[in-house]
Design a protein around this ligand. Structure first.
Ligand code: LLP
Length: 414
C-alpha cells in the first residue's frame, strides 16, 4: 500500500499532484509520502507488538534526516554501518541506546565514536574486530556491548550482490568459530555480551529463510548457555523483507511476524529487527523529465534527466522499477530503452520497456525508489544530486535541496 495513486489521468502523492511539485521544484526529484512511511513503520512494528522487540530502521536504505526524525518519533531505533550514520541518527534525535552497529570494517575511530555515543550494541563480524573493540573500550575505561554476527548459512534466494548469510559471503562469523569467540568475550573485562546477530540478505520474498535463520540463532543461544553459561538478551534477526517492485509477492509484515514471534518468545530474548527497504522502498518515487526521444537502428530511446548517478539500482543489479507517466495521455505504448544522460551504456532506468509514447517535457515516475535510491546516489559526471521532497497530505516541503554547481566543488582545492 502506498500513497502514489492516479486521480483521473494525474498521478498524485497523497493530496498533491506530482506534476505540481515537479514543476515547482524541478527534476530529477525524489518524492516521499509521509503517510506511507508512517503506515509502513507502524504496520511493521505493531506486527511484533506481542513480544519484546526493538525495530531498528536500517539507515542505509534512506538516511535523510527528516525521515530518520519521523521514524524516531514513531519509536524506531536504527541499524547503522558507519560513523557517518551514527552522526546522522543522533542528529535526528534517535537515542544512542537504540542504535545497533553492523558492518565488517569498523575503524578504530568509528568504534571510539560509537562507544562514546553509548550505542546499544556492536554487531561484531570478526575476531580481529572484537579485539579492536575491546582495546578501544579499554583505552576509554569502559565496557563495550557486543553481539557476534553469526553466519547462519541460509540461502535467502535473492540477488547474489545482496545475499549475505551464506558461508561464501564476507559477512558474519561461522557458528562454530563464534562459540569460541563468545567464550573469549565473556572473559574480557572490557566486553559485555548483549546478544546474537545475523542478517541473511535483502529483498527476500519468502518466509522460510527468515525462520531458518531465527531457528539457528535460537539454537545457538541455547548452546551458548549450555556450553559456556552465557546468557544473551537480544536476538537481532537483521533486515531483508522484500517489497513489490513488479510482480513479487513478499509476505506481509504480519505474516513475517507471525512466523517469528513464537520462536522469539520461547527464547526469552528481545527481538531486534533491522528493516530498511520494506519501510521506505514504496514510500518514495524518483520523478524525471523526458529530454529527448530518438530512434537509432532498430531501437527506440527515451532520454530522461535522471541517470545512474541518481538511481543506480537498474545498472548495478538489473533491478526493475515500474515506470508510470505522471500525466497519462492514453497514447499508444511503445517499447523503449529509458536512459539517462551519463556517458555509459550502463546508464539506464529500463531496457525494452513497454511504455506510453513520450514527448520531450513529459514526466515519468520511477516507482519504488525510496530505498537505496538517493542514499546510493553520487555526483558522477559532475551531476548535482537531486532534491528530496516530503509530502504530508496536501502540503510538501524540501527535505534536501537540489545540489548546486558550487556544491560540486566545495571541498576541492586548486
Ligand atoms: N541490516 C543489515 C546488517 C544490512 O546489511 C542490511 C542491508 C539491512 C539490515 C537492511 O536490509 P533491507 O531490510 O533493506 O533489505 N543496495 C541494495 C541493498 C543492499 C542491502 C544491504 N544491507 C539494493 O538496492 O537492493
Amino acid at each position: 500500500m502506498h500513497a502514489f495513486q492516479y486521480r483521473g489521468n494525474e498521478l498524485y502523492c497523497e493530496q498533491v499532484p506530482v506534476k505540481t511539485i515537479a514543476d515547482n521544484i524541478g527534476t530529477p526529484l525524489y518524492l516521499y509520502s509521509r503517510a506511507t512511511l508512517v503506515r509502513h513503520f507502524t504496520v511493521f512494528d505493531q506486527a511484533f507488538a506481542s513480544i519484546p522487540h526493538l525495530t531498528c530502521y536500517s539507515v542505509k536504505a534512506n538516511s535523510n534526516l527528516s525521515i530518520l526524525r519521523l521514524l524516531g518519533n514513531l519509536g524506531a531505533g536504527v541499524d547503522v554501518v558507519s560513523g557517518g550514520e551514527i552522526y546522522r541518527a543522533v542528529l535526528a534525535g534517535i537515542s544512542p541506546a537504540k542504535i545497533v552497529y553492523s558492518g565488517v570494517g569498523k575503524t578504530r575511530e568509528e568504534i571510539r565514536y560509537a562507544l562514546t555515543s553509548g550505542i546499544l550494541q556492536f554487531n561484531v563480524e570478526s575476531e580481529q574486530e572484537l579485539e579492536a573493540i575491546s582495546s578501544v573500550a579499554k583505552s576509554l575505561g569502559i565496557q563495550a556491548p557486543v553481539a557476534l554476527r553469526v553466519n547462519p548459512d541460509v540461502d535467502p534466494k535473492t540477488h547474489p550482490y545482496i545475499a549475505t548469510g551464506l558461508k561464501k559471503n564476507k559477512f558474519g562469523i561461522a557458528c562454530n568459530a563464534a562459540l569460541g569467540l563468545y567464550a573469549r568475550a565473556a572473559r574480557d573485562p572490557h566486553l559485555r555480551i548483549t546478544g546474537i546477530a545475523c542478517h541473511i540478505g535483502s529483498q527476500i520474498t519468502e518466509i522460510t529463510p527468515f525462520v531458518d535463520a531465527l531457528e539457528r540463532i535460537v539454537a545457538f543461544a541455547a548452546q551458548l548457555k549450555s556450553m559456556h553459561n552465557i546468557t544473551v538478551h537480544y536476538l537481532d534477526i537483521g533486515g531483508g523483507l522484500g517489497i513489490t517492485y513488479a510482480n513479487e509477492t513478499p509476505p506481509h509484515p504480519e505474516q513475517y511476524a507471525a512466523a517469528l514471534t513464537d520462536l522469539a518468545r520461547q527464547s526469552g530474548c528481545t527481538l531486534i529487527l533491522e528493516p530498511g527497504r520494506v519501510i521506505v522502498g514504496n514510500a518514495g518515487i524518483l520523478v524525471t523529465r523526458v529530454l529527448y526521444t530518438k530512434r537509432t537502428g532498430e531501437k527506440q530511446f527515451i532520454i530522461v534527466d535522471a541517470a545512474m548517478n541518481d538511481l543506480i539500482r537498474p545498472s548495478l543489479y538489473h533491478a526493475h522499477h515500474e515506470l508510470q507517466p505522471v500525466v497519462k495521455r492514453n497514447a499508444p505504448c511503445t517499447v523503449a530503452d529509458v536512459v539517462g544522460p551519463i556517458c555509459e551504456s550502463g546508464d539506464f532506468m529500463a531496457h525494452a520497456r513497454s511504455i506510453e509514447a513520450m514527448s520531450p517535457g513529459d514526466l515519468i515516475a520511477i516507482m519504488s525508489a525510496g530505498a537505496y535510491g538517493f542514499s546510493m546516489s553520487s555526483n558522477y559526471n559532475s551531476r548535482p544530486r537531486a532534491a528530496e521532497v516530503l509530502v504530508d497530505d496536501s502540503s510538501y516541503r524540501i527535505i534536501r535541496r537540489r545540489e548546486t554547481y558550487e556544491d560540486l566543488v566545495r571541498h576541492e582545492q586548486e
